[in-house]
Design a protein around this ligand. Structure first.
Ligand SMILES: [Zn+2]
Length: 201
């Protein structure tokens, strides 16, 4: 096999191994019909049970990536044995890397972009906003890029940076998909708490 064909097989394997396990996160909720309860991207989102539910769905898609890794690793193994070795190596490298980095978050390192504790935090803010401890009489909690604020008085409810919420991205389908592949759903902004911390230092 010539070096161009080798390189092509390797790149194709890397690409399929990288995109494959992420397909649910990349595409399943990205049609308008799925996002009627949300403000269009990149606007701030009003907190509601729909947002909490979306976080839980995205968490499920995130976990699905482990299940999708199994057929990809199997295919990679079969390619190594019977077909294009470089394609198999590419598949193994990118899928294996994804599994390792995502498993590592269970032990140490950063948490997944969507988690149960994030869903609890959102619920907690909504409870707080409807309790007597609210910041102003007409409080509306909204989720901006770097935290959850009161839309009316600007009070910071929770300094939680907003991960991707599965909305149709404003940068278009192709750029939006590329950006998601790069950020892996993690927030594009620093959390408000980190900004405060950095300023104090
Ligand atoms: Zn307020």
């Amino acid at each position: 096999m010539g070096w161009t064909a080798t390189l092509f097989s390797l790149m194709l394997g890397l690409l399929i191994g990288h995109v494959g396990p992420r397909i649910p996160t990349l595409f399943l909720t990205r049609t308008r019909g799925f996002n009627t309860h949300f403000e269009p991207h990149p606007e701030a989102v009003n907190l509601s049970p729909y947002v909490t539910q979306r976080v839980l769905h995205l968490r499920m898609f995130y976990l699905t990536s482990f299940a999708l890794a199994i057929p990809l690793l199997t295919l990679g193994g079969m390619s190594l044995k019977y077909g294009s070795g470089w394609f198999g190596i590419g598949l193994w490298l990118s899928t294996g890397w994804m599994v390792l980095t995502r498993l590592q978050s269970l032990v140490a390192g950063r948490n997944p972009p969507w988690s149960k504790s994030l869903a609890y935090d959102l619920q907690r803010v909504m409870n707080q906003a409807s309790s007597t401890k609210q910041c102003c009489s007409y409080t509306i909690p909204i989720w901006r890029g770097n935290g959850i604020y009161c839309k009316v008085c600007g009070h910071l409810y929770a300094p939680i940076a907003r991960p991707d919420l599965g909305r149709v991205r404003s940068d278009g389908r192709i750029m939006g998909t590329l950006r998601l592949l790069m950020t892996d759903g993690y927030p594009m902004m620093e959390a408000a708490s980190d900004i405060i911390k950095n300023e104090e230092e």
